[in-house]
Design a protein around this ligand. Structure first.
Ligand SMILES: Cc1cc2nc3c(=O)[nH]c(=O)nc-3n(C[C@H](O)[C@H](O)[C@H](O)COP(=O)(O)O)c2cc1C
Length: 157
């Protein structure tokens, strides 16, 4: 079983998550950073997983663009979708609806919210101001949902 994971990550949290996902999948996994121009031979995979981090409510652009440009192919294979972010998992449903096409959402075998981490040292002043709003008060540095990662892996096996 060949599984392709296309992802968008700014500071590396999503990258870390997809590496853990690759281990959990126990399959022949290809990780593709969608920022790269060359997307590799993803059409040859048996199943596809797509996702990335959310900034100010928006999934990273390279992921949205890839999904829009390749919708038909994405609909033709078993599909898993995921998001990373610092909002609460319970509120992630709306983020999925905003960031993925309705047909992709209903075709997906699984939608998982994998949490996030703030890397304050890499942020500019504007980003620091925004995260204070996202955090609504006290800033938690990391939200980890290992059970969601496990659920995503199980659904795609
Ligand atoms: C400026 C800024 C805005 C953010 N906005 C959101 C948001 O709207 N929703 C959310 O869930 N997380 C938000 N986050 C948290 C990121 O999604 C989180 O830090 C994530 O782990 C980043 O993953 P990456 O390193 O793979 O890009 C924001 C972070 C920053 C720095």
């Amino acid at each position: 079983m060949r599984i392709w994971i296309g992802y968008g990550s700014k500071y590396g949290y999503t990258r870390k998550m997809v590496e853990q996902l690759a281990d959990a999948l126990e399959a022949e996994v290809t990780l593709q950073d969608l920022k790269q121009k060359d997307k590799g031979s993803w059409q040859h995979a048996d199943a596809l997983i797509l996702g990335g981090s959310v900034y100010a409510g928006r999934l990273r652009k390279e992921v949205r663009s890839f999904a829009a440009q390749n919708k038909a192919e994405l609909l033709s294979k078993p599909l898993g979708l995921f998001l990373c972010g610092m909002q609460d998992k319970e509120e992630s449903e709306a983020a999925f609806r905003t960031n993925f096409d309705a047909e992709l959402l209903s075709a997906a075998k699984v939608k998982a919210f994998l949490g996030g981490a703030f890397q304050i040292e890499k942020m500019n002043v504007l980003e620091k101001t925004i995260i204070k709003k996202v955090a609504k008060g006290e800033i938690v540095m990391e939200k980890d949902y290992p059970e969601e990662l496990e659920r995503l892996a199980e659904a795609m096996k």
